[in-house]
Design a protein around this ligand. Structure first.
Ligand SMILES: [Zn+2]
Length: 88
């Protein structure tokens, strides 16, 4: 069992967390016309990178979303940071 760090609660069992998306994914500009394929690509396709990556996770007990940096090849957690600007 792996331990993940919640920036608000500290280290917790990985089963308390859910993946919420890739952190650096850029939403298409919907004020411009985009194709269904471009929108579907944004919604459903992931880079699924191997190695160091930045992802959005949610810790279900506290319901806080945060950025977790981890290595998908080694499963090492590099760090976790709040998405709130008022918390470091
Ligand atoms: Zn938490």
């Amino acid at each position: 069992m792996q331990s993940f760090p919640c920036p608000f609660c500290g280290p917790r069992d990985e089963r308390e967390f859910h993946f919420a998306g890739e952190a650096d994914k850029i939403r298409p500009d919907t004020t411009q016309t985009i194709s269904d394929a471009e929108w579907a690509d944004y919604l459903f396709n992931l880079k699924n990178s191997r190695g160091p990556t930045r992802e959005i996770w949610v810790h279900t007990p506290c319901q806080e979303y945060f950025v977790m940096e981890r290595d998908t090849a080694t499963m090492d957690v590099i760090g976790a940071h709040s998405l709130r600007k008022d918390i470091a």
